[in-house]
Design a protein around this ligand. Structure first.
Ligand code: ADE
Length: 262
């Protein structure tokens, strides 16, 4: 996939040279072309912005350097403008964008860009959340990172993708690694039971429970199978039955007790 990024401070995207995205670049799965708007100034002072009409606060990036930058991109593909006024990014949109061969991202700064650029060139305006960043470069980094995870061959283990939160509209749930006992807190017995069925069922139940607790909005959109509903009920029952002192721990004994009761 080739992603063109038009920005005032393209160096901010340097963090993409590390980790999964860095490896994707090395493996030629991802190519990023950065276009620095400062290379196309309006005047000999190097300005790329101008005062807004009707005198509101701040400065607006002029349409002239942006249209020049866009004209330099060979295969633009879909053109995205990152701004807090865009539609909020989610995993469904990320997966859709990951199917494209070419993408062009325009990053705003200051008080934004001239509306005529949006009207003329932009296919989609995207926000990464309901808060305001100082510029679109960090948002572009977030967007690109989330896309790259979904490119074939980008992750060492493709299974981690299906394991990701949101991959099926639910959160991933709790994860543990060694040691089994960390400062008196033990890994749930089910996960070390060695029984694949028990481990699988616990993961499903835990993922549903975590989604319900943390993101009731996502949970209410889930269509659970009968088995999933039973697993969640059992998990919830077991949570209620936790004795004092078990603390957060989801005990295998409690789970077994709960199963017997249902
Ligand atoms: N630029 C500034 N804030 C932003 C946001 N929330 N999302 C995308 N781009 C932005």
């Amino acid at each position: 996939m080739k992603i063109n990024v038009i920005a005032v401070f393209p160096q901010i995207l340097d963090s993409l040279n590390y980790g999964v995205t860095g490896t994707a670049i090395e493996k030629n799965i991802l190519e990023i072309q950065r276009i620095d708007l400062k290379d196309y100034p309006l005047n000999s002072y190097g300005s790329i912005d101008d005062k807004p009409f009707a005198g509101s606060e701040g400065m607006i990036i002029s349409p002239i350097p942006i249209s020049k930058a866009i004209s330099l991109v060979k295969n633009k593909g879909k053109v995205i403008y990152l701004s807090p006024q865009g539609k909020t990014l989610n995993q469904k949109k990320v997966k859709e964008l990951a199917t494209l061969n070419d993408l062009t991202i325009i990053c705003g700064r200051y008080e934004g860009i001239d509306q005529r650029i949006i009207d003329e060139y932009v296919d989609e305006e995207i926000s990464i959340g309901d808060y305001v960043l100082s510029g679109g470069e960090i948002a572009a980094t977030v967007l690109i990172d989330s896309i790259v995870r979904n490119l074939p061959g980008a992750l060492g283990n493709e299974k981690s993708l299906t394991n990701d939160s949101f991959s099926d509209g639910r959160l991933k749930g709790h994860s543990y690694t060694r040691p089994r006992d960390f400062e008196g807190r033990e890994v749930p017995d089910e996960l070390v039971s060695g029984n694949h069925e028990i481990m699988k069922e616990w993961k499903i139940a835990n993922s549903l429970w975590v989604t319900k607790q943390k993101r009731p909005d996502l949970f209410s959109n889930l269509q659970l199978s009968e088995k999933e509903m039973i697993l969640l009920q059992k998990y919830e029952l077991a949570q209620k039955n936790l004795r004092k002192g078990d603390g957060w721990k989801y005990s295998w004994k409690v789970w077994k007790r709960a199963i017997k009761r249902t």
